[in-house]
Structures are given as C-alpha cells and as structure tokens.
Design a protein around this ligand. Structure first.
Ligand SMILES: Nc1ncnc2c1ncn2[C@@H]1O[C@H](COP(=O)(O)OP(=O)(O)O)[C@@H](O)[C@H]1O
Ligand SMILES: [Mg+2]
Ligand SMILES: [Zn+2]
Length: 328
C-alpha cells in the first residue's frame, strides 16, 4: 500500500481541474476564432468528417486499408496546413486552438499507458505533506530547524553528555528517514515532555514523504486522536473499518504521545492490538511517549510493553524542556 485513498483523490481532483481548465480555455478560444474566421470552422468540420470515416475503414482488407490511410493522411495534413496558415496570417500560433495541458507527458490525465504519471506522483507527495501538516498542526518541525544547542554540552565524551547523545539520535533519525523501507525497524522515543520527541518524529515523517525515490504512505496521529477515531468507528456499528485499516496498513505509523489518551478498556486494547498487528506484519511504527517502561506495562499490558521495549529501537531523550528554554 502507499498513500491513503484521500491523498490519491485530492491529487486526482487537482489533475482533473487542470484538464478541464485547459479544455475550457481551448473552447473559449475556438468560439472566438470561429466567429472571426468562419473558414476555420469549415476546415474543422471537414476534419471531423474525415475522422468519422475512420471507423468504416476497419471493414476493409489490409492492402486497401494502407492505400486509403495514406491518402487520408495527406488530405488531413493539407486541411491542417490551411488551418494553421489562417491562424498564422492573423498573428496567432498554429497550435492556438489546442488545449494547453500543464503536463505534456499525460495531457493532464494523470496516467500514461496505465502507469501513474510523474505529475500525479508529485501531486500525491505534496497532498501527503499537506495532510501531515493538517494532522500535526505543526508544519514547521523539520530536521533543518532542530537545534542541538538546546541540549547541554557538559564536556564529557561518554553517554552522559546530553548534546552528544541527542546528536547521535538526530543522526540516527536522519539516516532512518533517508533509508526508510518496509524493513525499517520500529522506534520508541522516550523521555519527559518538551525534549523534541514530536519534533523529531514529524521530521522523519516529512522527510520520508518528501523522498522522491519512494512513495511511502505515512500516517501521523496523536494517540488521543487515534483512539477516538477507532472508538467512534467501532461503536458506530457501521460495518466500515476505514480508520482501523489506515492505522494498521500504512507503511509508517507515528503514534505521538502514547499515554496521553484518555484511558479505558477499549483504548488500551485498541492500542495493544494495533502495536501487535503491525509488529506481526513487520510494518514500522514510531511511538513517542512520556511514560517509563514500567508505566507502559501498567497502562497497557506486560506483553504490549515488552513488545515495544524489546522489539523497537529505543531512544531515551534527555535535556531540559525546550518549550521552557525558548520562552526564557
Ligand atoms: N532540538 C530542538 N530544536 C528546536 N526546537 C525544538 C527542539 N526540540 C524541541 N523543539 C521545539 O520545542 C517544542 C517542544 O518539543 P516537542 O517535540 O513537542 O517535545 P516532546 O514531544 O518531547 O514533548 C516544540 O515547539 C518543538 O518544535
Ligand atoms: Mg510530544
Ligand atoms: Zn502527467
């Protein structure tokens, strides 16, 4: 699977709008030119009649067909030349009446020979980024504005140096994003509030989506939003499972602030199932949480906690609350 259905349909809508705008524009020009130069209309009618004859040709033998086709081509060329001559004589380019599509490769159809065109892929990518901005509400978080100077450099060159530690995590995350694949590990970012967990997980999401060599579907959701969507879907008894499918099947799921959701039997089971299912299917997940390992076990289950702590790559964030440092 790749992008969500929503992303594809938003991108397709833009392509369809481009194509109809180009067609509309061509029709307006045509009406104008026909009014001014009726001979152009007459030539277009002739062209249309020639095209209509085309279907009848299919009934003939191959040798006849070749002959008729070549004479027909000559006639069409001659009509088109006359038509171009009139346009040029009146200061208009020869292709003035053709629709001018944004993408010359697919004429704004989004596909060529059944394959998605690069314009469609590009639009999917930018729609996926828009979707990320909407769901995270913090369009500004990226690797570029992750500032390591917020973490103290206490001089030590071992694991007790916060800046060194965070520098390693930062490098790890950039690398993870650049090399993201179906085989990437899951990650859990642990540590107190304000240490940059959300910032780095959003940076990964953005970089994975922006990577032009791939088209992975990334879903970011605060734990609270994720569980309330699942809850609504579950208790609506509508038989649809769009939300569950989105969170279970996306290429990369980011659950932000696990533990901040309102606890209930439903939410803890839903989270546990989701985490298990994704591990079982080998689908990478990134979790950020303020909870300790012990708290994870108390809140969810021993089993879920040990899955996360045992099978995810663990990053223990350190430092001081950066929200606080920024406001000082
Ligand atoms: N290293 C950093 N450089 C710049 N801004 C940061 C950094 N770490 C965090 N921030 C900013 O500080 C605020 C809190 O960080 P956040 O990532 O939400 O922390 P957490 O998720 O660990 O609670 C956010 O506005 C975030 O963009
Ligand atoms: Mg956070
Ligand atoms: Zn195209």
């Amino acid at each position: 699977m790749s992008y969500s259905a929503e992303v594809y349909s938003r991108a397709k809508r833009i392509i369809d709008e481009r194509r109809s705008a180009a067609d509309r524009d061509a029709n307006i020009k045509k009406a104008d030119v026909y009014a001014k130069f009726p001979e152009v209309r007459e030539l277009d009618n002739q062209l249309m009649r020639k095209m209509a004859n085309f279907t009848m040709l299919m009934l003939r033998s191959q040798s006849e067909l070749d002959e008729v086709l070549s004479s027909m081509k000559a006639e069409i060329d001659s009509i088109q030349q006359k038509r171009a001559g009139i346009l040029l004589a009146n200061g208009l380019p020869a292709d003035y009446l053709e629709p001018h599509y944004t993408c010359k490769k697919c004429d704004d159809l989004g596909r060529k020979n059944g394959i998605l065109c690069s314009c469609y892929k590009g639009l999917c990518r930018s729609e996926a980024l828009n979707e990320l901005d909407r769901s995270s509400g913090s369009a500004s978080c990226s690797f570029d504005n992750f500032d390591l100077s917020y973490y103290t450099d206490n001089g030590a060159s071992d694991g007790t140096n916060p800046r060194r530690k965070m520098q390693n995590y930062y490098n790890f995350c950039i690398n993870y994003a650049n090399e993201f694949s179906e085989n990437s590990p899951s990650i859990v970012m642990m540590g107190r509030t304000g240490l940059g967990k959300t910032h780095l997980s959003l940076s990964i999401a953005k970089a994975v989506i922006a990577n032009e060599k791939s088209s992975f579907g990334v879903v970011y959701a605060p734990a609270q939003k994720l569980v309330s969507e699942l809850e609504r879907e579950h208790f609506s008894f509508s038989g649809t499972n769009a939300a569950l499918k989105k969170y279970t099947e996306c290429d990369l799921l980011i659950i932000d602030d696990l533990g901040a959701e309102f606890p209930s039997q439903f939410t803890t089971a839903a989270i546990g199932n989701l985490i298990n299912e994704r591990l079982y299917e080998n689908r990478p997940t990134i979790i950020s949480t303020n909870l300790s390992g012990k708290e994870l076990a108390e809140r969810y289950s021993e089993r879920t906690a040990s899955r996360i702590l045992g099978e995810y790559r663990k990053l223990f964030f350190v430092g001081e609350d950066i929200r606080f440092l920024k406001n000082r």
